[in-house]
Design a protein around this ligand. Structure first.
Ligand code: AMP
Ligand code: MN
Ligand code: MN
Length: 319
């Protein structure tokens, strides 16, 4: 692993113009790792840009400077190195998939089971809880000052990918990294306030919907949000983030999922499992992916009933 860290740091130091990418619909780990690296590279006086087409959530807008992000297509000729953070596959790069197909001059930093995206050098370790943990290793190797700003970005990703050190991916390394980031200046209380104590009235309406409408089948709990309901509640997919995580907390439930119909016929599934149960393989059967205990997939289906049956079928299949 140390070899990959050194090789990636060497390429980053050598490059003058660097473009950073993360996965579609970026979460706090995706943005935290990308922004952490961005600020580190700025210290080295690199020309560095972050590309992402998707809008930030309300919490992400508070934590990360969205104005930095380039939402245009990337002109590959303008850069001499490309970095993918928290991305295991070409598909998860969304519209920037082409950028990575067009040239091999890229590196990958990620904690997913790799699904095909590999570049010149790759620091990939699925045993680590978040991409931000791995990014700290890279940034240390760059020998820049780890500022409060960098530490905060990385802490946010670590905290949110472990759901505040609760998920089964939490281990001694996660706590060690958290401790180091606090020593570098991450203000844990302030960040927790933004991450976990800023519920809006609208988010309460969405929680109400969850607890009034969830179902349990065998050891699986689920909740579906059809497009008409989403419109009635004046919400969007991100308002349902956390549904599957809430449902997995139920005693006796080993699998949970939520399905949001983002637009008529287009379904987004979020899956969770308790330790010892694997949702990644089930998401993969439907064309998605993720981690053992947290995975997801998007697909088209006839209607919500059809979508729900597809997910229930794969969960039943391997049980
Ligand atoms: P979520 O349930 O949206 O929090 O996603 C949980 C994890 O599943 C993410 O961290 C991703 O690694 C993975 N994931 C979510 N959606 C997809 C997808 N469409 N394809 C592949 N992996 C996904
Ligand atoms: Mn992510
Ligand atoms: Mn992640």
């Amino acid at each position: 692993m140390i070899k990959e860290i050194k090789q990636i740091a060497k390429l980053l130091k050598k490059a003058k113009k660097i473009a950073l990418f993360t996965h579609i619909n970026p979460d706090c780990d995706a943005l935290g790792s990308t922004f952490g690296l961005y600020y580190a590279l700025k210290q080295l006086n690199k020309k560095v840009d972050i590309y992402s087409k998707d809008p930030f959530t309300a919490v992400e807008k508070v934590l990360f400077d969205e104005s930095v992000i380039k939402k245009t297509l990337c002109r590959t000729k303008e850069y001499d190195l490309f970095v993918a953070c928290d991305v295991p596959s070409y598909f998860r790069l969304g519209e920037y998939e082409k950028t990575f197909h067009e040239n091999q001059n890229f590196v990958v930093v990620d904690h997913h089971q790799n699904a095909g995206l590999k570049g010149l050098h790759n620091y990939i370790d699925p045993a680590r809880s978040s991409c931000c943990e791995l990014m700290l290793d890279i940034i240390k190797m760059l020998k820049v000052k780890i500022t409060k700003e960098i530490a905060s970005c990385l802490y946010v990703g670590l905290s949110s990918d472990t759901t505040s050190f609760v998920n089964s991916n939490t281990n001694s390394k996660s706590f060690q990294t958290a401790s180091q980031l606090i020593n570098y200046g991450a203000d844990v209380c302030a960040l927790n306030e933004t991450l976990y104590h800023t519920r809006t009235r609208k988010s309460i309406d969405f929680k109400k919907y969850l607890w009034n409408n969830f179902k349990i089948k065998g050891d699986c709990a689920y909740c579906v949000m059809p497009y008409e309901e989403l419109s009635r509640l004046k919400g969007k997919k991100s308002d349902c983030d956390g549904y599957s995580t809430s449902l997995i907390s139920i005693q006796g439930v080993n699998y949970s999922f939520s399905i949001v119909e983002e637009k008529t016929g287009y379904f987004s599934v979020s899956m969770r499992s308790k330790i010892g149960y694997d949702v990644r393989s089930k998401a993969e059967l439907l064309g998605g992916g993720g981690h053992l205990c947290a995975a997801g997939v998007k697909f088209k289906a006839k209607d919500m009933e059809d979508a729900k049956n597809k997910v229930l079928a794969v969960i039943k299949k391997e049980n």
